[in-house]
Every structure is written in C-alpha cells, then in structure tokens.
Design a protein around this ligand. Structure first.
Ligand code: NAD
Length: 426
C-alpha cells in the first residue's frame, strides 16, 4: 500500500505563533471592552494534554514520541481542530492553532469550539506501519478527550485521510460502537464528505471574489500570485483562474514560477501529479524566488504555504492591493501595521481559510444523520457561509474602523464571550 503524505512544513525561524495570536486577541479584546475575567478565561486553553507515545519501530526498537491535544474552548460546542505531524510541533504552536480554531469556528458561525493536536515526528521518514502504530497509540491516549460530542480531530499538515481512518477505527473499537463522526476528513468510502478536499481553496476563492467586489477589482482584468501549491494553494489558483483571473505566479518548496502572460494552472497541477512531487522543472513559467513572488506587482496575493511569510522585513515591499490568507498565520503580527498603513486589505486566515472547517462540519452533520449530500449542496451551503461571514466581518471593520483581521477577532471574541456569559461560571 502506498500512502501519500502532505509535505510537512520545514522548521522556520518564526516568531512564536502564540505571541502573534495573543497580540491580535488583546487588541480586539480592548476595543470590545472585554472585562478582565472574560479576557483571562478566553486567553488560556480549557485543557492541555501532553502524552508520551512509545512505538515499536520496524527495526524492533522502541521510540517515544511527544503528542499533544489542546482544547482551547468548548463554549460554542464540541471542540474541533486538526492534528499535525511534523518535527517542529511544540506546545506553544498547538496552543495558538487551537485558539485560532475557536475564533475561526465562531467567525463562520458553526457550532464548534476550537482545538488542535500534534505529534513531534517526521512522517516522511516513517513507514506506513510505524505511522499506523503511532496514530493508534495517540488515539488510545486521547480516547477520553476525543468524541463526536466532545472533541473532533481532522487532518492538518503531515496527516491525511488514511490517518483519520485509523483514528476512527481505533476509537470505534475502544468504545464498541461505530463512530464515524469522531473525526472529519475521512476517505469518502468511510463517511467523508464530497467537496471536503476542495473546500478550503474554494472558500479562499469566495473570500477573494467578495473582497474584489468591494475593491472594484474586475476579475477578468486582475492578476494573482499564489504562494504554496499544495491542497489550499493549487485549488485556490485553479478556482481563481476559473473566475477569469490571470495567475501570474505560483510556488512551492522548490521555488516560485512566474509568467506575465498567465500560468496554465491545470497544466501545472498535471505536472505535479504526473512527473514530480514538486514544481521543480516546470517549464510553463520562469523561475523566481519565493521572496520575489510575495512582492510581485499582482493585484491579489494568496499566501497558502506556511506561517510568518509576510513580516516587518518584507511588508513594505508588497505591491498587492489585496491579500487573502489561505495558510494559517502567514502574516506575522509585526507586519499588520505596515500593511494597514499601505492600505492593503487583508482577508485574515480565520475568515479566508474557514471553508475547510465549514465542510468538516457538514461531514460531521452527514455522519450523524447517516445521510449524504450531493457535492452541489455542499458547495452551495459552504459558499453561503463564507459570503455571510465575510459581510459580517466587513461590517464590523467599518463599525469599529479597524482592519478586517481585528474585525474578525472582534466578531469571534464577542460571540464566544457572550456564550460564556449565558452559560455562566461558578
Ligand atoms: P500542503 O502540505 O498540501 O501544501 C503546502 C504547500 O506549501 C506545498 O506546495 C509546499 O511545497 C509549499 N511550501 C512549503 N514550504 C514552502 C516555502 N518555504 N515556500 C513556498 N512554498 C512552500 O498543505 P495545505 O493543506 O495546502 O496547507 C497550507 C496551509 O493552509 C497551512 O498553513 C495549513 O494549516 C492551512 N490550512 C489548510 C487547510 C486544509 O483544509 N488543507 C485548512 C485551513 C488552513
């Protein structure tokens, strides 16, 4: 059996993502006039679980892996969030990603709290058997945390539908009941949802189109640069091209590729599928650096690769009028002010890439109903969620005279804080 794993992010010398998240959280909380007790209760995760996972490797030796699950909030409903397998996984990163999930679910109005999990490992250097044993061992360790009504994992960097299938299987065996709704992002045959694979890129496209409408950018006359050509980047690029935009640059770990006349995205996707794991050697464009891609003269920039790509070092050189964040945390908090001063509109990650968790929610709903929707129905409902969320955040940005990013945090924090108030604390 061959299993294709997503490219884990290389370790980058980035700012602590928890600090980036907290800076924006604090700014929004101050504007909202959040009282101290609410502020304190929302800034810390509800539950932090760290486990040591001994796994027998193929060579017979036992290796011990660090695993985490952080439940940031369950105020709006069961907590939801992916599991990351990468050598760079650490508790601060998992805490930041868990809080982002809380804000993301609240922004798009789905009845979930936020969580995230991670295992410090390198999935590319592990066999399928080792990954299966590690995943089952993690599921056993987290069996009291996970649950269709408690905490629902999903794939993130370094994990994939096969890993979700193992979690679903192990959890169902432990509980003695079939529990497909314990995890989303499953293979279709095990209860996955149509449209899930494309959902994040589709939501990025819907956010970009809505923002372009506000900025009076005509898609047919616009140029777009996309950083990252994995699930989110390649599908965003493909769907933006279908809207009539000219995709002038794409990139992946091998570098960036630029063509002023526009890149044929279907051809680039086919190149990736048929010839190589990366775009290395792709002939449809001239090679440039990833740094050059970020500062290109294109109307729209879609960072869809890693955290902290736009920083105080390069923000002043960015020429795009609109940035739509496909990745989680691609803009460091120290770049926000520079982008605002330049008048660049940023559709923030917790809004722009929320199409994925929205369709994960649909997968969970379908699993609980035992009834499956058509792709057309999934897409229609997801597009509606994304458009409504965009308009809510846009209206808040006008009301409070703040960036779309701070407006998204305001919308989210307000919702979670009022739920906390209604549920009460003793
Ligand atoms: P992926 O592994 O499918 O793709 C990542 C892409 O980034 C690959 O093309 C990789 O080569 C490229 N990349 C890696 N390092 C790079 C570098 N230094 N410069 C340029 N490109 C580089 O991952 P994905 O699922 O597309 O996720 C991308 C981002 O979107 C992550 O931040 C992830 O957390 C976020 N996200 C993903 C989803 C989803 O549903 N997949 C949902 C929400 C957010």
């Amino acid at each position: 059996m061959t299993v294709k794993y997503k490219e884990p992010a290389p370790i980058v010398d980035h700012l602590n993502p928890l600090d980036s998240m907290m800076e924006r959280f604090s700014e929004a909380a101050e504007i909202l006039g959040l009282d101290e007790s609410t502020y304190n209760s929302l800034k810390s995760p509800e539950k932090t679980v760290a486990v040591s996972l001994p796994v027998t490797m193929d060579n017979g030796k036992i290796e011990v892996f660090e695993g985490y699950r952080v439940v940031h909030s369950s105020k709006l409903g069961p907590s939801k969030g992916g599991i990351r397998y990468a050598p760079s996984v650490n508790l601060d990163e998992v805490k930041a990603l868990a809080a982002w999930m809380t804000w993301k679910c609240a922004v798009v109005g789905i009845p979930y709290g936020g969580a995230k999990g991670g295992i410090k490992c390198n999935p590319r250097e592990m066999s399928v058997g080792e990954l299966e044993r590690l995943t089952r061992s993690y599921t056993v360790a987290m069996s009291d945390i996970f649950g269709p009504e408690k905490d629902i994992p999903a794939p993130d960097m370094g994990t994939n539908p096969q890993i979700m299938a193992w979690i679903m299987d192990e959890y169902s065996k432990l509980k003695g009941v079939a529990s497909p709704a314990v995890v989303t992002g499953k293979p279709l045959v095990l209860g996955g949802s149509l449209g899930r694979v494309e959902a994040t890129g589709r939501g990025v496209m819907v956010s970009a189109r809505t923002a372009m409408g506000k900025l009076k950018i005509n898609p047919a006359k616009s140029t777009v640069a996309v950083q990252g050509f994995g699930n989110v980047g390649s599908i965003s690029a493909k769907l933006m091209a279908l809207q009539g935009c000219k995709i002038v640059a794409i990139s992946d770990i091998s570098g960036a590729y630029y063509n002023v006349k526009g890149i044929d995205i279907d051809e680039a996707i086919a190149y990736l599928k048929n010839y190589s794991d990366t775009l290395e050697g792709y002939k449809g464009a001239e090679k440039i650096t990833n740094e050059e891609l970020l500062t290109l003269n294109a109307d729209v920039l879609i960072p869809a690769a890693l955290e902290d790509q736009i920083t105080e070092k390069n923000a002043s050189k960015i020429q795009a009028k609109l940035i739509v964040e496909g990745a989680n945390g691609p803009t460091a908090s120290n770049a926000d002010k520079i982008l605002n001063e330049k008048g660049i509109i940023v559709v923030p990650d917790i809004l722009a890439n929320a199409g994925g968790v929205s369709v994960s929610y649909f997968e969970w709903v379908q699993n609980r109903l035992g009834y499956f929707w058509t792709e057309e129905r999934v897409n229609r409902r997801a597009d509606r969620i994304m458009k409504q969320a965009f308009e809510t955040v846009y209206a808040a940005s006008l009301k409070y005279d703040v960036s779309m990013r701070i407006a998204a945090y305001i919308v989210a924090i307000d919702k979670v804080a009022s739920t906390r108030q209604l549920r009460g604390t003793y």
